[in-house]
Design a protein around this ligand. Sequence first.
Ligand code: 13P
Ligand code: SF4
Length: 302
Amino acid sequence: MKEIIEKIKQLKEEKKAVILAHCYQNAEIDEVADYVGDSLYLSQMAAKTDAEIILFAGVYFMAQTAKILCPDKKVLLPRLESGCLMADMINLKQLREFKSKNPNIPVVCYINSTAEVKSECDICCTSSNALKIVESLKAPKVLFLPDTYLGKWVESKLNNVEVITYPGFCPTHLRIRPEDILEARKKYPNAKVLAHPECHQSVTSLADYVGSTTGIMKFAAEHDDKQFIIATEKGVVDRLKRDYPDKEFILIKDNIICQNMKWHTLTDVLHALQNEEHEISVDKDIREKALKCIDRMLEVSK
Ligand code: 13P
Ligand code: SF4
């Protein structure tokens, strides 16, 4: 493993490459990553890097977003199989139907969506800025897609905004049930429960803190509590255990794993850099429209 890490580091330098890794990745990827974080942070890093190659250890829509933000750079995704099941729940035809049933309402799309879908939405958001983005529209009603649970969570936090949601969801986060939280609380009565807003509202309503993957990691780092029950993907728990060995982190359930995020290994990262594959491309017209949607979000979340 040491040898692979050294080779990757050498190639990064030779090829002026930067590695962005989502917090759900296999933790070994952090050994070579320049930036590790949530979707918003990684988009911001992609937008400002002066590297020539961006290797994205994440899911397809994340690499696609980096390509939209940096059309002149080579964006690589080590394993093409790494799609996001939620992002694939809405296509352009379904988006158009959703909009035509609810005309003249601003459309917010979660970053977990395809470039085509983003190209016909007004503004993008991530789990860490969804509240701010919806508020910034100052509209009495908004359409929100594809994640119905993130949309409903936003609605529950804001007064006077009706959030009309598309029925998409994350299969990984929906495996977490309210009974799991109640059982964990019984077993660890002093622990704080930290949940991702992609969870069902019956779960988020039981949490002490709801936030993005980076938000959850920050909360655990900054609070004096010693025990945390984590209601999101296992990668977050792996990193927390590694970074804060004096605290205890309990994954809410064993099977909270996004298989698609776990495709990339260090060997795949090495091959991707050696062969400069798999290169992500986005149609020019789609890219220009999708960029407006993403740029508007980055402007609001500065
Ligand atoms: P974050 O932006 O919180 O990292 O979430 C991305 C994601 O896909 C969670 O399932
Ligand atoms: Fe998509 Fe869910 Fe995996 Fe996140 S955890 S990348 S929303 S399938």
